[in-house]
Design a protein around this ligand. Structure first.
Ligand code: GLU
Ligand code: MG
Length: 438
């Protein structure tokens, strides 16, 4: 097909955590790079089930979704599938100012807050689990060769597409759960950490779809099986790009800025959880013994911790320092990766500024601890429903300071409209509804 007619999709992740946008002919790329495509403010209130929440904008207003040349993915046509040309962009006012509901602009602001307050940059990667909704569960295939082999036909094109998009493939596996897979990628800097997560989700769905499968990143597909987590691996760099997360003298290897950054995340985790785990069924996953996160705890290599200090496999101190990272496990793919990362960075920056130490490192089953023991140790049980998480989100002065009061109200209205769609459904039906969307 001629370049004149090929379409370029430009999109942004929205409050529903979905990639939405518009397309334009590739022949118009030069002018579209400048002026973007028109965008409507009320689109922000289209929830994941396609109903529209209460909107302060009504039918009014105009914005521009402007592609970023740094966030681009192209794939050649393959069999029946047309070529893919996707760009991520920022939603701006027509005078070029960032719109207060643009997820990517929030992330950019969070990164500049961290740079301004602490002279730190973020280096990281999202780790994703997903399931093939159409596949028949195969007993005994967790991590198995058979499980790998049956996925290889679509997994290799996926790896090739990731690499082509500048996303460094790391591992691919048949995960533990029935029909479940995991793909991990190498770390990158700043906004690209979230951009790559958005592109990876899109690629997994696109490529498995070409092979006749329906993949889903929904937090839980079957309430009796494991969940699909998103683990956000993070480390800190100074403004010259040197790693500053590791300190060999700390019992758990964490540098002072990393400890405070994590302290800030954990101190605010209940208040930002509505951005990290933003679906009703996210809270089925965030329960003890699901290897997710139920408390605002810091764990050393503990997979039930909200923040886990990850292992590194090297004895060379310089390489250990470069690899040292921690992962936030209280997140899922119903979240916009841009909003989730923005929230973590705002909270982390506040931790560094206010020198908020994290609670002591835990190695226990915290579900067995009575509440007074938890509180004495500086920990809480995280909100247990989206409604509860939204209450903590709306009550937080910190969150309002980071994202703005208007954003908080619009986000809460958006999420409550999503909850309304689910009223009267049982748990399995709710999982099925989310399974179709994510
Ligand atoms: N499936 C688990 C989750 O929901 C994570 C399992 C793992 O540690 O890989 O987060
Ligand atoms: Mg996993």
């Amino acid at each position: 097909m001629s370049d004149d007619n090929r379409l370029v999709f430009v999109g942004a992740t929205d409050l529903a955590g979905l990639l939405r946008g518009k397309s334009f002919p590739a022949s118009e790329r030069t002018s579209r790079m400048r002026k973007g495509v028109g965008w409507t403010p009320t689109n922000v209130q289209i929830n994941c089930f396609n109903t529209i929440a209460e909107t302060p904008f009504g039918a009014l207003g105009d914005l521009a979704l402007v592609p970023d040349p740094e966030a681009r993915l192209t794939l050649a046509a393959e069999g029946e599938a047309p070529a893919l040309d996707v760009m991520l962009g920022d939603i701006l006012y027509l005078d070029g100012q960032p719109w207060e509901f643009c997820t990517r602009s929030h992330l950019k602001r969070a990164l500049s807050t961290l740079r301004g307050k602490a002279e730190l940059e973020v280096f990281g990667a999202f780790e994703h689990e997903f399931m093939l909704r159409d596949a028949v569960p195969v007993p005994g295939d967790s991590y198995s060769f058979r499980g790998f082999r049956s996925a290889q036909a679509w997994a290799e094109p996926l790896i090739a597409a990731l690499r082509h998009a500048g996303i460094a493939p790391d591992t691919f596996m048949k995960e533990y759960g029935a029909r479940q897979y995991e793909v991990t990628c190498g770390p990158t800097m700043g906004v690209a950490v979230a951009d790559q997560a958005a592109l990876l989700r899109m690629l997994v769905q696109d490529i498995t779809g070409r092979f006749g499968h329906q993949s889903s990143f929904a937090p839980i597909l079957d309430p009796s099986d494991v969940g699909n987590g998103v683990h956000i691996h993070l480390s800190l760099r100074d403004t010259d790009g040197h790693p500053v997360t590791h300190d060999a003298d700390d019992p758990h290897g964490l540098s002072e800025p990393a400890r405070y950054f994590i302290g800030g995340i954990l101190a605010h985790l209940d208040q930002i959880l509505a951005l990290l785990a933003p679906s009703e069924i996210s809270y089925l996953r965030l329960t003890p013994h699901r290897w997710s996160a139920a408390f605002n705890n810091l764990g050393f290599r503990d997979r039930e911790a909200a923040v886990r200090i990850c292992p590194v496999s090297n004895l060379d101190p310089a390489k250990v320092a470069a690899q040292y990272n921690f992962e936030v496990r209280a997140c899922d793919a119903a979240a916009s990766p841009h909003l989730a990362l923005a929230a973590l960075i705002f909270a982390g920056a506040a931790g560094v500024r206010d020198r908020i130490g994290p609670p002591g490192v835990t190695e226990d089953d915290l579900s067995l601890w009575p509440e007074d023991r938890l509180h004495a140790a500086g920990m809480i049980r995280l909100p247990q429903s989206l409604s509860e998480a939204l209450e903590a989100f709306e009550a937080s002065d910190a969150v309002r300071g980071w994202f703005g009061a208007d954003f908080v109200k619009v986000y809460a209205d958006h999420k409550r409209s999503e909850l309304k769609v689910l009223e009267g459904l049982d748990t399995a039906e709710k999982c099925a509804r989310y399974g179709e969307v994510y």
